[in-house]
Design a protein around this ligand. Sequence first.
Ligand SMILES: *[C@@H]1O[C@H](CO)[C@@H](O)[C@H](O)[C@H]1NC(C)=O
Ligand SMILES: *[C@@H]1O[C@H](CO)[C@@H](O)[C@H](O)[C@H]1NC(C)=O
Ligand SMILES: *[C@@H]1O[C@H](CO)[C@@H](O)[C@H](O)[C@H]1NC(C)=O
Ligand SMILES: *[C@@H]1O[C@H](CO)[C@@H](O)[C@H](O)[C@H]1NC(C)=O
Ligand SMILES: *[C@@H]1O[C@H](CO)[C@@H](O)[C@H](O)[C@H]1NC(C)=O
Length: 395
Amino acid sequence: MRFSHLCLLVWALQASATILQNGQVREDAYPGQAPEILVDDSWRAYGPDAPEISYKGRWDRQYVSCERLPGIKLGFTGSQLALRFGSQTSEGVLLAYRFGGLDWKFSNVTTNAIYQFAGPWTAGMNSTREKTFEMRVQLSGVYIASDGELTKALQYNKTVEIIGDSFASGQYATYEGLSAWAYSFAAGLGDVEYSITAYPGICLTDKSCYSNEARGMTHQWFYAADVGARAEATYGNNPQKWNFSAHPPADLVIIDLGTNDQRNNVSGSDFYDSYTALINSVHDTYPQAEIVLMSLWGKFFRYGDKYIQSPFYAPDLHRVFESFHDQPFVHYFGTKGILQHNDIDPQGHPTDVGHLKIASHLMQWTKLKLGWEFGATGAEVQHDTLYWNDQAGYR
Ligand SMILES: *[C@@H]1O[C@H](CO)[C@@H](O)[C@H](O)[C@H]1NC(C)=O
Ligand SMILES: *[C@@H]1O[C@H](CO)[C@@H](O)[C@H](O)[C@H]1NC(C)=O
Ligand SMILES: *[C@@H]1O[C@H](CO)[C@@H](O)[C@H](O)[C@H]1NC(C)=O
Ligand SMILES: *[C@@H]1O[C@H](CO)[C@@H](O)[C@H](O)[C@H]1NC(C)=O
Ligand SMILES: *[C@@H]1O[C@H](CO)[C@@H](O)[C@H](O)[C@H]1NC(C)=O
């Protein structure tokens, strides 16, 4: 049996990375390191193909995902849970995990090793019989102590898919994907399943925009593996198509693409054609889905004593939206005016605060325009944001 693997390269770097907040080192930035263990016959073993495991995001047939925030969700009984990571796991990759609605924890893992995520030390294990384990980042074999078993975790009935680039992936944000607007939006809604189909550097238009991105999203959306070098080395010119019928269709699809096209000089008319093609592909695949085009915030320039926002492809995106005017499933979410110049970090991506502003506005928009209710009951979404104000006195 093959076990699973992971190649979230940026997370691999971040695993040993220090988080700086205004020059101060964040202490205990990644709580929750799982111990590496050996399992014996007192554990029940399950393969990565166990039907109780729900995969979120795109995973290929070797149970590898190279997206920034793929996940698994499973249920189990008993109080002990361990996972094995396969040979393609990036060395030292950091993953985020949690039980039920408890806070996110972090652990780095290595190849061909088994880590125990739940044990008698884990809060909440004694209080409910069936627990939910959720991991955003990776997969593998699963082991449950022999007094328990694997179960399917509760699945929400509504599904959201976000199609995007490094912005939706949270590149350069504090906890990357876990700090991204895409995750904050979908997890913030509370009672939806979600997938984030996003790759840093990807263009909407089908072209290679940066060295690691062979194809654009109009092509890549149909495939299970990512556009990076690992997938190409593994599958060559026979990449695995994504089997849409094996997964629940999305009810809501948000598209945030085009910044890389702009940086790669894709013309407005090519951008228009690609956008129209992607909307048609999404609609053919998910005929019931509401599709939201997110406008591109673009750049901010200082002009005299003011800042001016210069969104990318604004007329082209309007033209795309107009061309679907008799098709009520296409919506437009305007981001102009939500971010200010200092919500963009020195690497050209939103700061954590910028991501939260986008997510919060989009949540409210989804409620007002589409009539979705907020279903969150208080489970942590943004991790470790208390540092903004944890003092009663300021002197
Ligand atoms: C994994 O985490 C442990 C504990 O936080 C740390 O000591 C170790 O250096 C990390 N390993 C890698 C490869 O990042
Ligand atoms: C759970 O129950 C066991 C057995 O009673 C106990 O040893 C353990 O400390 C409890 N764990 C927690 C986190 O309360
Ligand atoms: C999903 O819908 C089914 C059928 O209407 C219902 O039985 C189930 O409780 C719903 N699940 C959730 C999590 O709301
Ligand atoms: C896709 O998934 C469906 C539903 O699970 C299954 O019946 C079908 O055989 C799958 N197709 C491929 C090509 O794997
Ligand atoms: C885009 O066009 C500008 C202006 O002609 C040029 O300087 C830049 O190198 C081009 N960028 C790419 C990625 O082709």
